[in-house]
Design a protein around this ligand. Structure first.
Ligand SMILES: C[S@@+](CC[C@H](N)C(=O)[O-])C[C@H]1O[C@@H](n2cnc3c(N)ncnc32)[C@H](O)[C@@H]1O
Length: 305
């Protein structure tokens, strides 16, 4: 459920900060975030799709917006797609987690707590400004895109992935509802214990979940934002249909159980089945269906030289 249309930008940013601070420690486990070969391959493929298939590109200084725990940026840094990383987020809790993971991986990163609409960086400081699943949280996207352009060097690129599409957002309700219906039978089947306290009631942060999302996009919205901010070589695409429907169903049933009672065997099956459906999506569906039909939208552009 998106934030109320009457919510002020300050309220939306405050809720996002509190929600993501509270979610930070559980975030990687909840979303199956991986910093090994699988995670790197996922992120490489997403960036490639966002850039419209221009493979083999590498960038100097990278700036991530809404980096969370570092799913996108730490994997890109490990792959050598960016030479250096400045990770930004409105949530100090997320950045703390990112810094700890970076240290464990032996990666050097700069972090800065900031909102996307006002970036504390000099003009023309970065070669790639990027993000994953962040644009839909930002109240004033025109202002944010103007900032992305300002801090990019001429010829630099912008790339965003994992943004909810309007159609996909509506479709996601179906696997969530189905997941709720089948959850008791699923728990019996995999011998998982019912969750003692519902996830949504565990903390003040979790109860804010319904208020953190502000936008779901049509491809035309992202094209307009790129064009109005003055980006060239614009590309907007869609990804994941079957994989995302399955993923929402899985997350819904899993969140009905005590996490430690869900077996490794189930988790491994769930993850492998999700990856298999991702392949079906990217090989069979994404090349042929319009971007609007997919759950996630991706967008990129280039600042004129
Ligand atoms: C859905 S999470 C995605 C995190 C990470 N990019 C990933 O893919 O795992 C969205 C992130 O955006 C951050 N965020 C929300 N509103 C923001 C804003 N106005 N400016 C910057 N970051 C924001 C949140 O704190 C959170 O870490």
């Amino acid at each position: 459920m998106p934030a109320s249309p009457t919510a002020t930008p300050e309220h939306i940013k405050d809720v996002n900060t509190r929600y993501h601070d509270a979610a930070a420690d559980e975030y990687d486990a909840k979303w199956g975030i991986d910093f090994g070969d699988t995670g790197q391959e996922q992120v490489r493929a997403k960036l490639l799709k966002a850039l419209g298939g221009r493979d083999g590109q590498s960038f100097g200084a990278g700036l991530e917006i809404g980096s969370g725990t570092g799913y996108f940026s730490l994997n890109l840094l490990q792959l050598g797609v960016i030479e250096s990383l400045t990770a930004t987020d409105i949530s100090a809790g997320m950045l703390k987690r990112l810094a700890r993971t970076a240290e464990g991986l032996g990666l050097e990163v700069e972090t800065a707590r900031t909102e996307a609409e006002e970036l504390p960086f000099e003009d023309e400081s970065f070669d790639l400004v990027f993000g994953h699943a962040v644009l839909h949280h930002i109240p004033d996207l025109e202002k944010a895109f103007a900032e992305f352009r300002r801090v990019l060097r001429p010829g630099g690129a912008i790339a965003f992935a994992g943004e909810p599409s309007r159609y996909g957002d509506r479709l996601a309700a179906l696997p969530k509802r189905t997941g709720l219906l089948v959850a008791p039978a699923w728990r019996r089947l995999v011998r998982a214990q019912p969750r003692a306290i519902a996830e949504t009631e565990q903390s003040e942060g979790h109860s804010l979940e319904g208020e953190v999302d502000v936008h779901a996009f049509a491809p035309a919205d992202l094209r307009r934002l790129l064009r109005d901010a003055g980006f060239e070589d614009r590309h907007v695409g869609g990804e994941e249909l079957l994989a995302n429907a399955w993923g929402w169903g899985l997350r819904t049933v899993e969140s009905s159980a005590e996490p430690e009672s869900v077996s490794w065997k189930w988790r491994s099956f769930a993850f492998r089945s999700y990856l298999a459906l991702q392949k079906v999506d990217s090989r069979l569906l994404e090349p042929h269906l319009p971007a609007e039909l997919f759950y996630n939208l991706l967008a990129s552009g280039r600042k004129p030289s």
